[in-house]
Each structure stands twice: as C-alpha cells, then as structure tokens.
Design a protein around this ligand. Structure first.
Ligand SMILES: C[S@@+](CC[C@H](N)C(=O)[O-])C[C@H]1O[C@@H](n2cnc3c(N)ncnc32)[C@H](O)[C@@H]1O
Length: 297
C-alpha cells in the first residue's frame, strides 16, 4: 500500500497517472467555472430557449404535474382587477403560456408581450393569431434594454421569466420595471424556487435535476435543455436576488409569497405613485416609502 507521503509525492506530478488526473480535474473545473459565468449571458439564454421552443409547452405541463398552469393562474390573481383599457405587459412571455390566465383575469385590458428568443416570439405570434384573436402585441426584445415607453403600462407580469437574470441583471430589471410602469402601477412575477424544508428541497432537487431531464428525453428525445433549467433553478435558490433587487429600488414596493411550500415564489407589488428625486418628467416628487420589501414564508 502506498504511504501518505508517497501518495503526496505522486500528486506532485512525479506520478504520470496522478498528474494526468489532476490536469483533467483542472480542465473540468475551469470548464465548470466558465459555464457558471456563461449561463447568464443573454446570448446563451436566448439560444437555450430557442432550442426549447420545440418542446417547452408540452414538457412544462407534463413535468410540472400541472403546477405550472396553477401557478400562472395564481400569478394573475396577485394583481387587482383592472379598469377597461388598462395596458398589461407579459414580460419574458415565452410562447404566450400565461395569456389564457391573463385574459380571464383582465377581460377588458389591452395586452403587450415581450420575449427576446426569436423562435419563442414567433410561436407566441402564431398562438396570438390562432387562440387570442390577435389581442397581444408581441415584441421581440430584450427586457433589460426594451425601448418601451416610460410609464407605458398599468401592469407588468411574468411567469418563470426572472430566474435567468443574475444579481446585476436583476437590478437592471428592477430599473426597467420602475421606468415602464406608470406611477401606482402593479407588478407580479412567479418563479420556481427551492423549498426551505431540507427533505422537500432534496426531493424537489432530485425531481428537477434528474427526473425531469430523464422524462424529457423520453417525451421529446431531448434532455440537455431541461438539465440546464434545473441548473438555473438550483442557482436561483429561494429567489432572494429578485426580492433584493426589487426591494432595493426606491420606487418599488414588493411583497414575497411562497406557493406550495416554497416550490414556487411570487414577488408582487406596485410602483409608488410619484416621480423619484432627480426624475425628469410629469408627477410630483416621491412620497415617503410606505413599507419595505419582505420575505414572507
Ligand atoms: C421559462 S420561459 C417562460 C415562458 C412563459 N412566461 C411561461 O409562462 O412559461 C422564460 C422566457 O424568458 C425569455 N427571456 C429570458 N431573458 C429574457 C430577456 N432578457 N428579455 C426577454 N426575454 C427573456 C426566454 O426567451 C424564455 O422564453
């Protein structure tokens, strides 16, 4: 048996097998680091969802055991009923999976939708024509650089659209949200998150990280994209970075709610009814902030 000192000596590149293994490990680690940094690159996210557009809707419903549909409905319920003609934006709309819930909740609203993945936006347009009588204006744009008008929306919502923003992008997202919402306008977002309970978290992690990709391979012969989605969910944790970014914005008031033991989390609230100091445009100076964001459980 090799002594610990000889094993150490071997690890110091005297032993060709160990040095090759170390080199491989280093390469794998470097690749993992590079990938960790890359997964939030807009081009990588866009490519991922373009590839997923072939199968996303079916896989999403089947593999979430119907929860994805239920959570979209709960998302729409987080925003009060809106007056006729209110303008509503479905941000990171995918192929328009949330539109049925939105139309039911806000039957007299005007709708816009936005997604930056060309194949997703294309399928959203097709769905708009076939199932929604063309009521949605679909923009193929980046939410973080969207060019939409200041204070143009009464409501901004998104289902499962914020987990692919890292902390810095979440800050930009909060800025854009506050800019395009009218003063007093409402927002709501829902995301898949990791539950706090360790046992449930382990089971849910296993389901999302291993079972979903395996089933996706059976259903659509494609598992890699769904493995990546699991990666985003693991990285996103309990959604604190979205909560923090929204709560840090001086014009936004946010409340966080857990859905089904924390397997999903929503962030909803409103833009304060007034302009913030230094803001050039209509409206009075910002009133005092009534309450800060909190992480409800
Ligand atoms: C998980 S899908 C959610 C789709 C849909 N909202 C739903 O309910 O299933 C996330 C979508 O967000 C889009 N997305 C991600 N980052 C974006 C960004 N910066 N700007 C616009 N769309 C973005 C992706 O292209 C993808 O279609």
């Amino acid at each position: 048996m090799m002594s610990s000192s000889s094993s150490l000596a071997c690890a110091r590149a005297v032993c060709p097998v160990a040095s090759r293994r170390n080199a491989v490990l280093t390469q794998a680690q470097a690749q993992a680091h590079a990938q960790a940094a890359d997964i939030y690159e807009p081009a990588a996210v866009r490519r991922l969802f373009d590839r997923m557009s072939r199968s996303y809707e079916l896989v999403n419903i089947v593999l979430s055991l119907g929860f994805s549909v239920r959570w979209r409905r709960e998302l729409a319920q987080l925003v009060p009923m809106q007056a006729e003609g209110a303008s509503i934006l479905d941000a990171m709309c995918g192929m328009g999976e949330t539109w049925r819930a939105l139309q039911r909740r806000f039957p007299a609203a005007r709708f816009a939708a936005l997604d930056f993945a060309p194949h997703m936006a294309e399928r959203a347009r097709a769905r708009n024509a076939v199932r929604h009588q063309g009521r949605f204006v679909v923009h193929e744009r980046d939410m973080l650089d969207n060019g939409l008008p200041d204070a143009g929306f009464d409501v901004v919502l998104s289902a499962y659209g914020v987990k692919t923003f890292d902390a810095a992008q979440s800050g930009l997202f909060a800025q854009e949200l506050a800019r395009i919402l009218r003063p007093g306008g409402r927002f709501a977002f829902i995301e898949v998150t990791q539950p706090a309970n360790p046992l449930l978290r382990a089971l849910y992690g296993l389901y999302i990280g291993a079972v979903v990709p395996a089933l996706a391979r059976v259903i659509v012969a494609d598992a890699e994209e769904y493995r990546m989605l699991g990666r985003y969910v693991r990285d996103y944790g309990d959604g604190r970075r979205t909560q923090d970014a929204l709560a840090a914005h001086p014009q936004l008031v946010v409340e966080t709610r857990r859905h089904f033991f924390g397997c999903a989390t929503s962030f909803s609230g409103y833009r304060l009814p007034g302009a913030w100091p230094g803001h050039v445009g209509p409206g009075p100076a910002s009133p005092a902030r009534p309450c800060s964001g909190r992480m409800a459980t």
